[in-house]
Design a protein around this ligand. Sequence first.
Ligand code: GLN
Length: 457
Amino acid sequence: MNTIPFTIRETKEGLLAKKFSAVELVDEYLSRIEKNKDLNAFLTISDEVAYKKAKELESNLEDLPLLGTVVAHKDLFLTEGVRTTAASKVLESYVPAYSSTVVERMEKAGAIMIGKTNCDAWAHGASGENSDFSPTKNPWNKKHVPGGSSSGSAASVAAGLSLVATGTDTGGSIREPANFCGVVGFKPTYGAVSRYGVIAMSSSLDSIGSFGHTVEDVETIFNVVKGPDGFDSTVTNGQSLITNRKFRIGIPKEYFIDGLDREVEKSVLTASQVFKDNGIELVDISLPNTKYAIDVYYIVQPAEVSSNLGRYDGIRYGNGRDLFGAEAKRRIMLGTYVLSAGYYDAYYLKAQKVRSLLIQDFDNVFEKVDAIIAPVSPTPAFKLEEKAADPLQMYLADIFTVSANLVGIPGLAVPSGFNSENLPLGFQLMAPRFCESTLFELGKLYQKSVSYVPKLP
Ligand code: GLN
């Protein structure tokens, strides 16, 4: 096969028209993975599982929503019989006995799992460099990071090693790597997709989403995986009341600050203009508590991390706690500190109060606008090792993404071109809780207006 499609729809149509077979698709993706080994995007290749699924699909070609969609799962998603490590030596040889809801629903819908992707260990990070199994590299420039923590998933889609990929976004870990790698990344509303069988990072912030080349593809995946499964009590069939008025998009002044890369800024404003040219009103808005978002996130998140990582005691499964890396240890200590008697009120409780103020900021703004447009990260993909030694600098990479998690709203990162160094640029859209349809509509409108054509590095 010399060309394989860039979208779920074309893959499905090609298979149904017998232009190519599912086994040929698997052959092609596996050979690309082999050729791109230096990216270190995968921790485990599930070739046997992939061929088995491909043959099963071919023996009874049905019009399934994800027919033949080759997917790579972040190594935080439990996969029955296939090693799942969270990119940590603690779980280096852990083989789960069941699959997460998302993995199972995608499989039933016709997806083919090709492997498990590299990430920051336990999803702690913004560059992929916290993986215990070496960093992933950015497919557009191997001296740069792909973003994190879902580093391998973003790199895999960008380099064409899988058609789509799954990820988790606790503070930006889907949107930021999507932005750094030039692909679409989607974080749903908190509670729209089950977290069952996904290794927990921070339970009030984790959301389960995906990567693809088009907005239509992440929408298709969302429609397959969303909704209650009986195993995650936060999941509802939440539906927004779709407003019929003309769309308005807000531009928050707090997201265009000193330190924002000029080319990043320009690309977001250019994208806003595309919406304006489509008759959408742009409105200047203010989210005054944005300046506290990182501080709140780095109290609430480590508090929950310290509790969630308590179960890895090396007794029931996995290796001992001595194998936790520096970043996991840092978060366990920070989290334990802010939760301990005497500090709880000063840090954790205070942070939760400011979190409520952030929620109010967004609720106020969403009275006036249907969506918000903003940069994803202050800079394009930075260089490997540029921030690795300075955790504070690394934490600041999330300055524009953590609010959506603290507030629980959906976010969509959309690629919008390249900078002068040929590194990807993009923007993000955020919408009220359960207004994913607004994001999809706007994202598709953008890709259509600019006649978006995906390409491989
Ligand atoms: N970079 C952020 C962190 O390190 C976000 C991580 C995530 O979303 N999983 O906490």
